[in-house]
Ligand binder design. Structure first.
Ligand code: PBG
Length: 343
C-alpha cells in the first residue's frame, strides 16, 4: 500500500534522511548527462531546404528569412557541395520560376528551373547526399495554388493528380532520389508511385507530406518563392484543430506506398509528430518551417534568446517527439556545430 512517501520520492527512507530517489544525480556532470541522454542529433538526420531562382546570377536574400537566400544555379551547386561536406542526409530543392501559368507547366518542363536545378545538383553530388524535389504546383502557377483550378476557382483534385504524375517522372528523370509531394491532394502518393513505377523509376522514393496543416507559419516561405497566392489553402491542407484526421491521412499514404511520411509544421505540432511516430510503419520526418525559423532568428537578433541553444533545443525537441529526420533551414549550421563538438 502506498504510504505517500514513495510518491514524494522518499522511497522507504524516512523523510528525515531525505529522498532515496535523486534524479539530479544523473544531471550532475557533463559526462553523466551525455551518458544518459536519450535523444541525439546527427547531421545524417537533417535535410536542408533550399530555393533556386530561375535566371538568377547571384544569391538573393529573403528578407523574412534572414540567412536564407534564393540561389542561383552556381550558388546552389556550392551549397549542395557544402551539404555533402557537412554530412547532411538530404537537400530539398524548391524552384522559383520566372514565368507562371494556370497549370504550372514549368514543373513538368525538363528545362524548367526545378528540373534544371535537380540535374545540376545531382551532377555535383552524385549519390553522396539525397537529392530531394518539392513536388507541388504552387511555385509554378500564376494563381499560387497547389493544383489547377476548375470553373468555380476551386482546386481540382483529380486534374491536378495527372500533372503531379508527369512532374514526378520529370523530376525522377532529372535525377531526384526522393520526391516530396506537398500539395495535399487526395490520392497523390498512389498516382506518383504508379507513374514512377511505369516509367521504370522503381528506386525513386516518395517522402509524403502526409500530415500538412494550413498554417500561418508558412508566411515567410511565400516571400521565399515569390508566391502570388491570394486567399488560403484551407480547402486542401488540414485544419490545425484536428488530430484524428492525421491518422487517416497517414494510413492512406502508407496504403498508397509512401516510403517516408512527414508532419508539417513541426514546432506547433509536436503532439502530431509523436502521434504519427507511434502509428507509422515507415520513417517519420518533420519540417521546421519558414515561420518557425524566422521566429527564432528574430528573437535571437533582438538578444531575447540564446540563438545556438534555442536552435539546438528546437530541433532536438522535434527528434524527441518522434521524428527520425528533420527538415530545417538551420541544417548546415547544426552540422557545423555537431562537427565542432564531435571532431
Ligand atoms: C508547398 C509548400 C509550402 C511549404 C513547403 N512546400 C508552402 C505552403 O504549403 O503554403 C512551406 C515551407 C516553409 O514554410 O518553410 N509547395
Amino acid at each position: 500500500m502506498s504510504t505517500g512517501h514513495s510518491e514524494l520520492g522518499y522511497g522507504t527512507a524516512s523523510p528525515a534522511m531525505g529522498p532515496v530517489h535523486r534524479p539530479r544525480r544523473l544531471r550532475s556532470s557533463p559526462i553523466m548527462r551525455a551518458h544518459v541522454r536519450e535523444t541525439h542529433l546527427h547531421p545524417s538526420q537533417l535535410i536542408l531546404p533550399v530555393f533556386v531562382r530561375e535566371g538568377a546570377t547571384e544569391p538573393r536574400p529573403i528578407t523574412a528569412m534572414p540567412g536564407v537566400v534564393q540561389h542561383s544555379l552556381d550558388s546552389l551547386r556550392r551549397a549542395a557541395a557544402e551539404a555533402v561536406e557537412l554530412g547532411l542526409g538530404g537537400i530539398m530543392i524548391f524552384g522559383v520560376p520566372t514565368t507562371l501559368d494556370a497549370t504550372g507547366s514549368g514543373i513538368v518542363d525538363d528545362e524548367g528551373i526545378l528540373n534544371t536545378a535537380l540535374r545540376a545538383v545531382r551532377s555535383e553530388v552524385g549519390d553522396d547526399i539525397l537529392v530531394m524535389a518539392d513536388l507541388c504546383l504552387d511555385e509554378f502557377t500564376d494563381h499560387g495554388h497547389c493544383g489547377v483550378l476548375d470553373e468555380q476557382g476551386r482546386v481540382d483534385n483529380d486534374a491536378t493528380l495527372e500533372l503531379y504524375a508527369q512532374a514526378a517522372v520529370a523530376q525522377a528523370r532529372a535525377g531526384a532520389h526522393v520526391l516530396g509531394p506537398s500539395g495535399m491532394m487526395d490520392g497523390q502518393v498512389g498516382v506518383i508511385r504508379g507513374a514512377l513505377d511505369r516509367a521504370g523509376f522503381i528506386d525513386v522514393s516518395v517522402l509524403a507530406y502526409s500530415v500538412k496543416y494550413a498554417s500561418a507559419f508558412y508566411g515567410p516561405f511565400r516571400e521565399a518563392v515569390d508566391s502570388t497566392l491570394t486567399g488560403d489553402r484551407k480547402a486542401y491542407q488540414m485544419d490545425p484543430a484536428n488530430r484524428r484526421e492525421a491518422l487517416r491521412e497517414l494510413r492512406l499514404d502508407l496504403d498508397e506506398g509512401a516510403d517516408m511520411v512527414m508532419v508539417k509544421p513541426a514546432m506547433s505540432y509536436l503532439d502530431m509528430v509523436r502521434e504519427v511516430a507511434d502509428h507509422s510503419t515507415v520513417p517519420v520526418s518533420a519540417y521546421q518551417i519558414s515561420g518557425e525559423y524566422s521566429m527564432i532568428q528574430a528573437a535571437a537578433a533582438n538578444g531575447w534568446i540564446d540563438r545556438r541553444a534555442a536552435i539546438e533545443e528546437s530541433v532536438l525537441s522535434i527528434r524527441r517527439a518522434g521524428a527520425d529526420t528533420v527538415l530545417t533551414y538551420f541544417a548546415a549550421e547544426l552540422a557545423r556545430w555537431w562537427r565542432e563538438q564531435n571532431g
